[in-house]
Design a binder for this molecule. Sequence first.
Ligand SMILES: CC(C)(COP(=O)(O)OP(=O)(O)OC[C@H]1O[C@@H](n2cnc3c(N)ncnc32)[C@H](O)[C@@H]1OP(=O)(O)O)[C@@H](O)C(=O)NCCC(=O)NCCS
Length: 211
Amino acid sequence: MSGIRRETAADYRAVEELHRNAFWNVHVPGCCEHYLAHVLRKHPDFIPELDLVYELDGEIVGNVMYTKSELLEESGNSTGILTFGPIGVAPEYQRRGIGKALLEASFDIAAGLGYPAIAIFGDPDNYVARGFRSCKRYNVCLEGDIFPAALLVKELKPGFFDGRKLVFRESPAYEIQERDAEAFDAGFPPKEKAFRPSQETFFILSHSTIG
Ligand SMILES: CC(C)(COP(=O)(O)OP(=O)(O)OC[C@H]1O[C@@H](n2cnc3c(N)ncnc32)[C@H](O)[C@@H]1OP(=O)(O)O)[C@@H](O)C(=O)NCCC(=O)NCCS
């Protein structure tokens, strides 16, 4: 079997192993995305319809998960939007269009569910080709008028962003404790933590804002 489908409970461990392999030493020495996948599924903001796997000859080689997030207007009005993450593709299958296929399938489902937009923290290199733009272009910021370089936004409903200021609030589902992730990781085979230059790129990007 090959193609994109919803994740089932039988896939959970394979998906967690996939994220562990995809993210290991990429952003920090080791990673916590496999633990994040493990806890996200149980959170009320998790969206099962948008929990997609890419299966290749019976093997799970990609996964994307989504949560509900919010955009707040100055008037206090709030609109429910989406955030994805983690998204991971098995290292030996990266850069072959699997991430792209997962995202495009998820955008169609997300639009069908009626969500007007997606906002994520991510590397623009991975997402501008998928229609994401800087948050600054749409006047979407964090509390305190902060426009992070990594905050990227995609419109699903054309014209949804009309220049009014919107404050992005991510789901608390992403607030995980490092020690809990470490304890969860102990249940997987040992894997060496190491420095990679991508960790410095991640540090720079995740501490940068647009003026
Ligand atoms: C990021 C990731 C999910 C992308 O999935 P993928 O299957 O490898 O990516 P794709 O082959 O679908 O390419 C997606 C886009 O990445 C970019 N891309 C592809 N190859 C690239 C390369 N060598 N260098 C930089 N960007 C590249 C392009 O924008 C491409 O889209 P395009 O072909 O339409 O221009 C995957 O590489 C991964 O799991 N990486 C490790 C974990 C991670 O960093 N996750 C994302 C956290 S923000």
